[in-house]
Design a protein around this ligand. Sequence first.
Ligand SMILES: Cc1cc2nc3c(=O)[nH]c(=O)nc-3n(C[C@H](O)[C@H](O)[C@H](O)COP(=O)(O)OP(=O)(O)OC[C@H]3O[C@@H](n4cnc5c(N)ncnc54)[C@H](O)[C@@H]3O)c2cc1C
Length: 506
Amino acid sequence: MLDAQVLIVGAGPTGLVAACELIRRGVGVRLVDRAPAASPYARAQLLWPRTLDLLEDLGALDAARSAGHTLNAFSYFSDRAHVATFTMPEELVPLCIPQNDTERVLTDRLHALGGRIERGVRLLAFDDLDFSGSADGVTSILEHPDGRVERIRTAFVVGADGASSAVRGQIGASFTGATYASTFALVDCRPTGAELPTDRAHYYLSAQGVLAVVALPGGVFRFFSVLPPGQEMSLPWMQKAVDERGPAGVRLADPVWQTAFRVHARQADIYRRGRVFLAGDAAHVHSPAGGQGLNTGVQDAHNLAWKLAAVLSGEAPDDLLATYEQERLAVAARVVRETDLQTRAWMVRRKPWTGLRDLAFRAADRSGAIERFYLPVMAGRRLRYPPTRATQVPGRRCGRGGLRPGAAVPYRLADALGVVHGRWTVVTASPGLLPALRRLAEATPGLNVGAAPETPQLCEKPGYYLIRPDGHIAAHGHADDLNRLRAEIEHGVPRRAPAETVRGNA
Ligand SMILES: Cc1cc2nc3c(=O)[nH]c(=O)nc-3n(C[C@H](O)[C@H](O)[C@H](O)COP(=O)(O)OP(=O)(O)OC[C@H]3O[C@@H](n4cnc5c(N)ncnc54)[C@H](O)[C@@H]3O)c2cc1C
């Protein structure tokens, strides 16, 4: 007998998104967090477009936008001389919003969906965990604020309990990688003395390492720097760093948060043990360079939740769950690598390396390479789960056209293509293919059909795109590939109508 279908341990951004996604699909969830209250601190501050898509799908984007502002450019200085400015193309602009506001918006959404966070409740251990996952559930031992210990049995557990994850320890996953030698210092305050731009981040590079200045809403700015060995973090120290290498005339005042912290680049070797999953910081931690931490966790949660819901409702076989680790572990490995590179560029201190770095930044500024190749990666627009079956790709080469199997379709483009968000949809821009696709959908009640206008993002050959409930392209093919499409539908699309309507943008 199960007490709930899924236990989520940790109500940070990862756990909150997992809970919202599961509840809106009709799954019974318990969400516990050991902290008695939500953290009041800003921590992560950037939400990139792929994450904004997920919030839009959840019906939380407007609330997030009203609590943040957009960041339109990154400017780099070397010894205070301007080196490069990378301007965000409109479709890649991130939202700058303090993490506590992101969590508030997600908590409001959770409440609107009928969920709640059980605060002050800590996962202690799993009881007699079946490491093969063949038992019908997992027994978790929870400690309540009054000291009461509760044993609950759920079909699955999601460990979204952050970098020092108890769940990770319980399932015996390693957390391999390294900790950077440097300590970082952060001050969020309301500076005076000089006007600072709110729509761009400034990075001051020097022999002392990086000093970053980024605006948060409400007149607050974040000052972020490497702390020299043995140096205590203090407001006067950060003021000295700003005076020596940052924007001229700025006085740090009215601090709302100041802290020093070490940065790690680590990843769990497994994201799943039987019926227990890891997501977010519990599975991977990396440098804040590029602002990817929270975004990657939210995307983990989104990837996992629809799969758990589909398996729990009997719409999909258990083996769908294996694709979670397969897809997300590779994404996190890439994020850890890329943020490490960026962090090393921040830390370069000696000539001639500083000169080479500045040359590279200038060349990238002139060529537009960062805007074309790097920012789309940060924005989550190059996120792609490589196909694993021949039937996911066309039999013959594609013509020109951007979207490839495994890629995530941007939310607004998905709208234009007639995608039913949160459900399986096959879309085509070829009127000639529509009758065949409609016949397939009639035989497959879990499948919707979208008639798309021709757009430059689609393959120029007449064909179809099969879109998963999380907006990723499960398969693409041309008019002569309908047998491949049938095989893909057979493989993954529910034969029966979904049990619940996905409650989203309401
Ligand atoms: C100082 C600082 C600055 C940062 N800056 C950035 C940034 O600029 N950009 C960026 O992208 N990221 C940044 N991060 C990282 C970002 O905050 C994390 O990536 C993000 O919080 C991960 O979300 P999460 O939900 O996976 O984990 P968390 O936010 O850590 O949430 C985990 C939750 O689990 C709970 N929990 C833990 N153990 C248990 C247990 N046994 N039982 C029940 N509950 C438990 C905790 O109370 C917590 O609420 C920063 C982090 C720090 C500390």
